[in-house]
Design a binder for this molecule. Structure first.
Ligand code: FCB
Length: 444
């Protein structure tokens, strides 16, 4: 069995953990409503009927949560700013109390020796922008997002170590506007395609605006789920290629090549997005980093019934196949095809049905997942991929979108009745690995 050695990662490789505002913050009464508050209020949308009013109560407990990271030894924290917390209507007045919260959080992180890495949009669109414009379906949201981005960059740019514009635009567009699994819960392929274009445009416009006010590294976070044909048939290969087009190339091509993939445009036909002259140039802004979120692969079968994924390494509590090899392959592939800027693994992790027994959480499956994926990253580095850091998803168990609180991804277990956090065995493992890496890196 291959051994994971901390020396496989160069000194300075960044170890972190990630969260997002809607999933942990709570304190909903101190910000504007987002489309996720609305979505939670619609019967049948969230598996356990829950909402994000309290979540992990992080707004009141961030001090304790920073101490958890300090104990863990992670030197970086990826979190998102809730747009409706700093600008309740998504335009017009800023909420100074909202900015003050992030100001304190950043101070606290810096004081603990933890780098703040900010994401501007992790899905919590101010509800007012949905009411007034239909959310991302409207091009009007693009300059509003750029203005919000510039304001955050102006205030915090000198103290945060990076700013990512969007988290996983594929999820926002496809799950939010086409399959209705996520807010705002619409079911139109044409709308989703238009939304994806506006998201990309908003990304480009935000990068442009932020460059005027900060020198901190700027980038974007994409979710990549590499597609594999189930069988070596022409039909499965074509279907896998299309899946790759929709999930990977639809975002990578415009960002790094300034064009949409022709096969996907053809597939979308009349549903392809309307673009304006200059849009693609605007989207293809030079970036300082690329964030890759990786969880699993897609196993594409055109047979009826579909050929199931083999799952030799098991499936997570989300039903996602554990397939770390795809991470190595994918990182090598995107490096070869796109020559991207330095890469950070901005999310990777698993849901597991964790329970606390005698003050411990025995999540052996997560330790294996973590080890195998770090090994996969180290292989990609050996093969020449420029990966600079790794953020485990997630620091805490939290609100897993339409699964509510039924799925636990955290290194720390959260008891939602008491808000008690308990380090899982995986947290102890990650802590020890980070410690070993620090020791190797310092030559001791
Ligand atoms: C990603 C999201 C993140 C979390 C994980 C499990 O798609 O970015 O918020 O829900 O999945």
């Amino acid at each position: 069995m291959p051994v994971l050695d901390a020396a496989l990662f160069r000194p300075g490789f960044l170890w972190g953990a990630a969260t997002s505002a809607a999933q942990i913050e709570g304190a909903a009464d101190t910000r504007g409503p987002s489309i996720w508050d609305r979505f939670c209020a619609e019967p049948g949308r969230i598996m356990d009927g829950s909402n994000i009013d309290v979540a992990c109560d992080h707004v009141h407990r961030f001090h304790e949560d920073v101490q958890l990271m300090r104990w863990l030894g992670t030197k970086a924290y990826r979190f998102s700013i809730a747009w409706p917390r700093v600008q309740p209507d998504g335009r017009g007045a800023w909420n100074e109390a909202g900015f003050a919260f992030y100001d304190r959080l950043i101070d606290e992180l810096v004081a603990a020796g933890i780098q703040p890495h900010v994401t501007l949009y992790h899905w919590d669109l101010p509800a007012a922008l949905h009411d007034d414009f239909g959310g991302w379906q409207s091009r009007e949201v693009v300059p509003l997002f750029a203005a919000y981005a510039a304001e955050v960059a102006r205030r915090f740019g000198s103290r945060v170590k990076s700013i990512a514009t969007l988290n996983e635009p594929w999820c926002v567009a496809t799950l939010g506007y086409e399959t209705a699994q996520f807010a705002p819960g619409l079911t139109s392929r044409a709308a989703a395609a238009q939304v994806s274009h506006h998201l990309l445009l908003a990304h480009g416009a935000a990068i442009e605006a932020m460059r005027q006010v900060t020198r901190t590294p700027l980038g974007i976070v994409l979710n990549h789920t590499p597609a594999f044909p189930a069988e070596p048939t022409e039909a499965d290969r074509r279907a896998a290629r299309l899946d790759d087009g929709l999930n990977v190339r639809w975002y990578m091509d415009p960002i790094f090549r300034g064009s949409y993939p022709a096969d996907v445009i053809e597939h979308l036909g009349a549903d392809a997005p309307k673009t304006e002259p200059g849009d693609l140039e605007r989207i293809a802004q030079p970036l300082d980093f690329l964030g890759v979120n990786f969880y699993t692969r897609s196993f594409i079968s055109t047979q009826q019934p579909a050929v199931p994924a083999p799952g030799a390494m098991g499936f997570t509590d989300m039903g996602w196949e554990v397939y770390p090899k795809a991470l190595t392959q994918h990182l090598v592939r995107i490096t070869r095809e796109y020559s991207p800027p330095p890469i950070f693994i901005t999310e990777n992790g698993m849901a597991n049905p964790d329970t606390v027994t005698g003050g411990r959480v025995h999540d052996e499956a997560r330790i294996n997942y973590l080890r195998e994926h770090l090994l996969a990253v180290s292989r990609a580095i050996e093969l020449g991929v420029d990966v600079r850091g790794y953020f485990y998803w997630s620091l805490l168990d939290n609100f897993e979108w339409n699964s509510g609180y039924t799925k636990r991804f955290g290194l720390f277990h959260v008891d939602y009745a008491t808000q008690v956090r308990t380090a899982k065995d995986s947290a102890h493992w990650y802590r020890e690995f980070i410690r070993q890496h620090a020791a190797v890196a310092s030559g001791s």
